[in-house]
Write a protein of this length. Sequence first.
Length: 256
Amino acid sequence: MAPALGAMSLSQAQQHEMPPDVPTQVGRKKQRTAGVRSSDLDALHAEFAAADASSGTLMKIELINFMNHAHLVVDLKPGVNFVFGKNGSGKSALLSGCMVGLGSKAVSVKSGTKLQSYIQSGKQSCTVKIWLYNGGTDSYQPDVYGPQVIIERMIDSRTGGGRHVARAADGTVVIERTSQMGELCDHFNIQVSNPCVVLTQEKARRFLASTDDRVRYEFFMEATGLNATKRYLLQARAARARICLLYTSDAADEED
């Protein structure tokens, strides 16, 4: 079956008034996502399953007090999605929300930016919620997460920190730290820092305008994934060194 194509204007997206029960913080227990009915998710999941979508495909995005969006809910299609709108309508904000929600640092989205800058003016916090399809043969811990993985990131205006959790489809918290998101994203091959996956306007300008070979080489390393390979090799070497140290220490104790 050919994948569905989606074309959506932000002016036609679901711009919601903030319901009074929308939480400003993410609780530890099961919590139903405000403004999203389970029947809607079931229908959306069925559409992705019928299209034989890959595990880890973005299904739905919700932004609360994020940049110029007070409350935006976007349902995506399992194939290619086109988002269009006038200047200032929030297209880049939607992309930034995806990157921040999936674990990017603020400077990865735009240099010199702090996480607090994404909070809408006059608000105490903002929240990004992302639903990932978790069906098919390459699903991630389906017995734990179920048919969807829900990632939520709340940013507090006072500290710049906040909660970053991954929930199962029923709302149960499974991951509670940004540092733990790496394994999940690696499984789904989500590379939000790779310029060939997400090319921000700033990265494009920097690459095209630069005559510095070091900048071009850095772009090449990120685009090919060699930066990640180098990081894994260094981690493996460090782990090997720790094992050798323990083995040497144990051998010395036996000799004594």
